[in-house]
Ligand binder design. Structure first.
Ligand code: NAD
Length: 281
């Protein structure tokens, strides 16, 4: 599938639409919510949570098949777009406005991780992670923020930052740098849009068990610690209820209460444990 190519949107079953329209008391009933990186992990959990709360959901992902599948699951709309392609994101915004409506909530969530110390990180890896995690968020906000401003009915912009945004790391310097950048961007935009009734929230999760963390494989950490981390993240962590759904719940809460910066606090205990195990993580 070509980068930036659109997939046909997937219409929801009429029955589910009808049910949604009838339940006007739903938390996000009548709202349009767009999520980038919505085909997997935290983004997919957000899509499901917003849809379950009554929203009309727009799933955007470079993985077009994944976006279509998740959209079909919730009776929403799926679009295949690479967020690093500014023109494609701008075209997406126009198309969504025409086909679904101006989103009330935009979750700029698509991201990639690059692990390895600064001395080992190639220029190509830096370019990739900056392109997706920083430029991808900039393109998304540049495309949608003006629509919300122009419409004049408020709304909420959300950026998936990270605990890495403010926690120095020897193993994820490139990733952490990009996450620090988007945390600051969210706060600047929040200040700028404050008078227009548009809120901006930065969500800062720690370790969540998704494809990104599987891919990172705790590079640069010794084998024994890797094993311990794997055990903590796969067994205890999940058993204690810290899947992507917990982050999605924090996103809905941040949108509803216009939270500026939302660390996903359930992780505090794990963060402490990780820092004891290995100050490098
Ligand atoms: P994930 O890999 O499961 O999901 C990321 C999604 O983004 C994928 O569907 C992927 O196809 C999509 N994507 C990647 N590049 C894209 C591009 N150029 N254009 C459009 N879509 C693209 O990972 P996740 O853990 O769900 O990550 C979601 C966000 O959460 C990321 O911004 C990540 O940095 C952030 N985050 C994750 C964790 C964690 O521990 N998993 C912690 C803090 C923050």
């Amino acid at each position: 599938r070509m980068v930036g190519e659109f997939v046909d949107h997937v219409e929801g079953a009429p029955a589910s639409r009808g049910l949604r329209a009838a339940a006007s008391t739903e938390r996000f009933g009548g709202k349009v919510v767009l999520v980038t990186g919505g085909a997997s992990g935290i983004g997919r959990a957000c899509v499901r949570a917003f849809a379950a709360a009554g929203a009309e959901v727009v799933v955007v992902d470079v993985d077009g098949a994944g976006a279509s599948a998740v959209a079909a699951e919730v009776g929403g709309f799926g679009y295949a777009v690479d967020v690093t392609d500014g023109e494609a994101v701008a075209a997406l915004a126009e198309r969504v406005r025409a086909e679904v409506g101006v989103p009330d909530v935009v979750v700029a969530n698509a991201g990639v991780a690059v692990s390895g110390g600064f001395l080992e990180t190639s220029a190509a890896d830096w370019a990739r992670v900056v392109d997706v995690n920083v430029w991808g968020v900039i393109h998304t906000l540049r495309a949608f923020a003006p629509q919300l401003v122009e419409r004049g009915e408020g709304g909420q912009l959300v950026v998936t930052a990270s605990m890495a945004s403010y926690t120095p790391s020897r193993t994820l310097p490139a990733y952490a740098t990009t996450k620090a950048a988007v945390l600051m961007l969210a706060q600047c935009l929040r200040a700028e849009l404050a008078g227009r009734g548009i809120g901006v929230s930065a969500i800062c999760p720690g370790f969540v068990h998704t494809n990104i963390t599987r891919a990172a494989r705790f590079a640069g950490v010794d084998a024994a610690t890797q094993e311990r981390l794997r055990e903590v993240t796969t067994r205890r962590y999940l058993r204690r209820g810290f899947p992507p759904e917990r982050v999605a719940a924090a996103v809905l809460d941040a949108v509803e209460r216009d939270v500026a910066v939302a660390p996903v606090t359930a992780e505090a205990r794990l963060g402490l444990l990780l820092s004891r195990l290995s100050p490098a993580v």
